[in-house]
Design a protein around this ligand. Structure first.
Ligand SMILES: Cc1cc2nc3c(=O)[nH]c(=O)nc-3n(C[C@H](O)[C@H](O)[C@H](O)COP(=O)(O)OP(=O)(O)OC[C@H]3O[C@@H](n4cnc5c(N)ncnc54)[C@H](O)[C@@H]3O)c2cc1C
Ligand code: SF4
Length: 325
């Protein structure tokens, strides 16, 4: 690990001043940042510890559910408001990482975690995301876990956060706070497609802090679920995952929200599948047919299995909800 300056901040304004300096990085739980510093993938000259900032709390108001950025993943998963009204969020969090990691890791840090692509994490190999213009060995290399949607000729890495998938399904937004004030950005638009600039992953400006996540009031997100398919039952990232919420009235789908993880270069909203389900009964044959509306996938040499797996995972998530009142 390279030497760096370390500062602990107690106020948001002070954090923004220090975090806005060139070469600075914020430290929350450190479960991604420190990992990547040890690998020398990230080499900040100054680390700004934000753990003492007043960015904690989970609450609801007329706008919906609010989660402050420094809440720990395990605390949010266990929060009664989340479990009762937004089970998809609790399930996505509990399917992430391990209990020890969830106790350390924060909500803001989870949404800003970096790629798990092996080439990105290995400084001995080229990688357009780590070193722009150096190339993407994953396209012709070990790409079993890589993306099939939203890829470009520059990068095929998946977005790793499970929570982000559930939040995108629920139309959540993030509050970004900088020296000029705060702005709310829908998470769906916050993450960028790789295009020719995969090193630019989101719309966070230099020095900005993620301060809060807001999930808009829906009223029916209690009928929601997160299904994650992975190589091991725990402590593993998604091969394919699906977040689903559904409103059924008189035996017919009145509204539905779906997003997928493990398949896209960003959390992938499944609007075509949603459209194919609205106004139809939530029955297996209908759901299987609707799940086929995932066109646009561009499989690589080793991950074509993700195309049928995505359809089956969509079906599994929705049929899980068909059994719930
Ligand atoms: C072995 C392992 C398995 C894992 N499995 C999963 C999994 O299955 N699913 C999953 O979703 N995740 C998984 N993770 C990732 C884990 O969830 C993240 O490491 C964690 O959520 C990051 O949170 P943190 O608070 O530790 O972030 P940090 O490491 O402190 O920060 C991460 C990044 O975000 C920035 N940052 C942090 N907070 C803020 C803020 N408020 N404003 C602006 N910038 C900020 C930091 O500067 C840094 O760049 C796994 C991690 C490991 C090590
Ligand atoms: S897929 Fe993206 S992160 Fe992985 S090597 Fe290619 S450019 Fe780097």
């Amino acid at each position: 690990m390279r030497p760096y300056d370390f500062t602990v901040t107690r106020g948001v304004a002070e954090a923004l001043d220090r975090g806005g300096a060139p070469g600075a990085a914020y430290l929350a739980g450190g479960t991604t940042l420190v990992d990547l510093m040890k690998l020398e993938v990230l080499t900040p000259s100054r680390v700004v510890d934000i753990n003492r900032l007043p960015l904690t709390g989970v609450w609801t108001d007329r706008h919906g559910l609010h989660i402050a950025a420094l809440e720990r993943m395990s605390d949010v998963a266990a929060h009664p408001l989340v479990g009762a009204r937004y089970p998809v969020l609790a399930e996505a969090l509990l399917a992430s990482a391990s209990p020890q990691l969830r106790n350390m890791a924060s909500i803001g840090g989870n949404l800003l975690q970096r790629s798990r692509c092996g080439y990105f994490r290995d400084t001995a190999t080229p990688c357009n995301k780590r070193a722009p213009g150096s190339g993407c060995p994953a396209i012709a290399g070990a790409n079993r876990s890589h993306a099939i949607l939203g890829t470009s000729d520059s990068c095929v890495s998946t977005h790793p956060s499970d929570l982000a998938v559930a939040l995108v399904a629920l139309d959540a937004s993030v509050r970004l706070t900088g020296r000029g004030g705060s702005r709310d950005v829908r998470l769906d638009g916050f993450y960028r497609l790789p295009g020719t600039t995969p090193h630019l992953e989101n719309d966070l400006r230099p020095g900005e802090l993620v301060t809060e996540v807001t999930v808009p009031r829906l009223g029916w997100a209690d009928r929601s679920a997160y299904v994650k398919v992975r190589d091991r039952t725990s402590y593993e990232f998604a091969l394919v995952s699906v977040a689903a919420a559904v409103l059924v009235r008189d035996g017919v789908v009145r509204d539905v929200r779906l997003a997928a993880g493990g398949v896209g270069t960003r959390p992938w909203r499944l609007t075509a599948v949603e459209d194919a389900l609205r106004g139809r009964p939530l029955r297996l044959e209908v759901v299987e047919k609707a799940a086929a509306a995932t066109e646009g996938a561009r499989p690589l040499a080793h991950n074509a299995f993700k195309v049928p797996l995505l359809k089956r995972t969509i079906t599994r998530a929705l049929m899980k909800l068909a059994d719930r009142p």
